[in-house]
Ligand binder design. Structure first.
Ligand code: 0O2
Length: 215
């Protein structure tokens, strides 16, 4: 059984990884903004799982304490929020392009095409990330969760409700949560439609202005 001090030491590289990865994704977003281009990344957050959550998950998944670092892939978590669903897949491509350089993509789970039973949607990518510390290089696992603002809104509230109910959410509440996940999906779809119409209207306006200028 690890004592608190050992847990804290174990988590140091995970904290470093989260800080470094946040900087990397935030700088991608800033580069788009500096070029006056639309950024598929709206904002980025990151966190290291709490010791109590690591222990709870290890017990639930029957992971022996000495195998936690090899088997628990989301001790270091990065969340990338996007405006539109299409942006999620652009970010996935960006991550694939960087695989083998900053980190290596191990596998991914598309909970957007295949939502979880709860209604949860997000695109998850598990990577192996080398952390360079004073004691040498350590390769750790990290999870990227890529989602829209609406998916994040739903997941944040559902997560805190699950925590309050200690995962014993009554069936009628589960049903309402699934319905609200569908409402979030409709919101995402409607926003995509609106954005396409605005872009088309803008293109038509620009074409007309160019024609008038040419006459
Ligand atoms: P936290 O507090 O977010 O760090 P599992 O066995 O389902 O716990 P698994 O199979 O290792 O997890 O991976 P999965 O299903 O891809 O989920 C990993 C993370 O995705 C979870 O981390 C959540 O952040 C998020 N997630 C997955 N399912 C749901 C869901 O139904 N609702 C919400 N709100 N989030 C979900 P943790 O472990 O919950 O911890």
């Amino acid at each position: 059984m690890k004592v608190i001090r050992e847990w804290k030491t174990m988590l140091v590289p995970y904290e470093q990884a989260v800080e470094e990865l946040k900087v990397k994704f935030k700088s991608i977003r800033n580069q788009y903004r500096e070029l006056n281009e639309y950024s598929p990344i709206e904002f980025v957050t990151g966190h290291v799982k709490k010791i109590s959550s690591i222990i709870e998950k290890a017990e639930r998944r029957n992971i022996p304490m000495e195998r936690i670092e090899e088997e628990m892939e989301d001790i270091a978590g990065i969340r990338i929020m996007c405006q539109f669903i299409d942006d999620i897949y652009r970010v996935v491509e960006l991550i694939h392009d960087r695989s083998g350089k900053d980190f290596t993509v191990l596998y991914e789970k598309d909970y957007i095409k295949y939502p979880k039973e709860s209604g949860y949607k997000s695109y998850h990518i598990i990577v192996c990330y080398p952390v360079h510390t004073a004691l040498g290089t350590q390769e750790i696992l990290a999870e990227f969760q890529i989602r829209t603002l609406a998916m994040n809104f739903w997941a944040t509230i559902e997560h805190s409700l699950s925590y309050k109910y200690k995962s014993q959410i009554p069936p009628n509440i589960k049903e309402r949560l699934r319905n609200s996940a569908m409402a979030a999906q409709q919101l995402d779809e409607e926003m995509t439609e609106i954005s396409k119409e605005v872009i088309n209207a803008q293109l038509m306006f620009e074409e007309k202005s160019n024609t008038v200028r040419d006459i």
